[in-house]
Design a protein around this ligand. Structure first.
Ligand SMILES: C[S@@+](CC[C@H](N)C(=O)[O-])C[C@H]1O[C@@H](n2cnc3c(N)ncnc32)[C@H](O)[C@@H]1O
Length: 439
């Protein structure tokens, strides 16, 4: 009622202290039984929290005065029911079960809240500002299509992404209205982080983009569970490494995104983890921007944080590590990763190595040679957050034995540092004992 700017009077023989403090300053409080005159002079009356005989009596008074009435939890006595409201400025959605199951209504509200863009109200405000201009310029028969294109297009995406403050969106809108058939109808590309595998680790924004996409270009590490969230008619294109281990060249991926966007499509480039952590997301964003394609980035849970949570191991810890460093262990062929080994060994913090399984032995040897103790705890987490997650732990000096004994093939991260001792996982000695038993 307050959100609708009602003038609110709350009448009760007594108020619990918490109720009183919540209402003081926002409503008029009257501490006694209501009078018939008060009921008669109201527009809407809610009766709450009294026994049913008294509720019925006051309900009769209200009804005789023609006042709109709601008796809490007694649908039979109500003239109307109060729906659950999703309130995003001008966009309001109400959900009602006509009093049958208010808790279900509230759950539905939570579900709808989650899928609605936070800035949908701002988008409605923006569209409202141009309604008259659109009416004046675009013939009735074409108006619906105009607005549909607008809500699917780059200007709306920019507003939903929080970038409507600049004059730039207004200029683009005027151009669109004045020359709707001339202005190239470009789509948008969302570079979206899919997280480490568990679909429940997607952000709400990522889920929304996946569900709205016309085309999704995805990598090897994007799980099936996540792809199944796409629209049935969306085009899903795999652009990761093929069985032969040849990836689609980066330039081709970028060119495909540009051409889909130029066809007016809503494109999602779905990448494992976070697109800006060892994901070439930066290069893709640059390529799209230089081709003039509106592009936006949605972050994701990166493998390091996803794996740490799944293994119950903090990456920083007051007692063991004050900092965390992410590096890539990737190196071409026989070469070793190009890293600043003395600096990495000197830091007594947590080191997370992505793509480090094949070069794990070299990495450990380099760190030990530069002064990191061979006894430093290490955890190797494979397929973190997925059903087939595996965690093995041991000491830096024994990392390749651990990887072999654990049958680790990747995708995996190596977590090096004192915190690794806290991981929930199999120890090297446990793995060896198991192997012996099996033999
Ligand atoms: C090309 S990188 C991409 C990283 C991604 N952008 C991120 O933020 O997680 C791929 C590497 O990420 C790590 N990785 C990705 N998903 C993983 C998972 N579920 N469990 C363990 N490591 C994972 C592995 O080290 C894998 O080799």
């Amino acid at each position: 009622m307050l959100a609708a700017e009602a003038r609110l009077t709350v009448i009760s023989p007594e108020f619990a202290p918490l109720t009183r403090s919540a209402l003081v300053g926002v409503a008029q409080l009257i501490e006694r039984e209501p009078t018939v005159a008060e009921i008669e002079s109201s527009i809407i009356v809610f009766i709450a929290d009294i026994d049913s005989a008294s509720a019925r009596r006051w309900a009769d008074v209200a009804r005789m005065s023609g006042v709109l009435l709601n008796v809490v939890d007694q649908p039979a006595l109500c003239d109307f029911t109060t729906p659950s409201i999703v309130d995003r400025g001008r966009v309001t959605i109400s959900i009602s079960t006509v009093g049958a199951a208010p808790v279900l209504g509230r759950r539905l509200r939570a579900d709808i809240e989650a899928i609605l863009p936070a800035r949908i109200g701002q988008l409605a405000d923006f569209a409202d500002r141009y309604r008259d201009a659109v009416k004046g310029k675009i013939p009735v028969a074409e108006r619906r299509l105009f607005w549909e294109r607008f809500f699917d297009g780059p200007i709306a995406a920019q507003i939903l992404a929080g970038a409507d403050a600049g004059a730039d969106t207004h200029e683009k809108m005027l151009e669109l209205i004045n020359r709707p058939n001339v202005v190239e109808r470009t789509g948008v590309v969302h570079i979206v982080g899919a997280g480490p595998g568990d679909p429940e680790l997607l952000t709400i924004k990522a889920l929304r983009h996946i569900q709205h996409a016309d085309v999704i270009l995805y990598d090897r590490l994007v799980s099936e569970g996540i792809l199944s969230l796409a629209r049935r008619d969306a085009e899903l294109l795999y652009v990761g490494k093929a069985k032969s281990d040849h990836s689609v060249p980066q330039g081709d991926i970028e060119a495909r995104m540009v051409s889909f966007a130029r066809e007016g499509k809503t494109v999602v480039r779905l990448k494992g983890g976070d697109p800006f952590v060892f994901g070439r997301g930066g290069e893709e964003l640059d390529a799209l921007r230089s081709a003039g394609i509106p592009a936006f980035v949605t972050p994701g849970v990166t493998a390091a944080t996803g794996c740490a949570a799944a293994a119950g191991m903090a990456l920083t810890h007051r007692d063991y590590a004050q900092a965390v460093t992410f590096v890539t262990g990737h190196a071409k062929g026989e070469t070793e990763p190009e890293l600043d080994w003395p600096a990495l060994a000197a830091l007594k913090n947590t080191l997370v190595v992505y793509m480090g399984v094949t070069k794990a032995e070299t990495i450990a040897a380099k760190l030990i040679a530069e002064g990191r103790a061979a006894s430093t705890p290490v955890a190797v987490i494979e397929n973190g957050t997925r059903e087939n997650q595996k965690v093995v732990k041991g000491a830096l000096g024994a990392i390749s034995t651990m990887i072999k004994a654990g049958g680790i093939k990747g995708p995996a991260v190596l977590v090096i540092g004192e915190v690794a001792a806290l991981a929930d996982g199999e120890t090297l000695s446990g793995l060896i004992a198991k192997e012996r038993l099996a033999a």
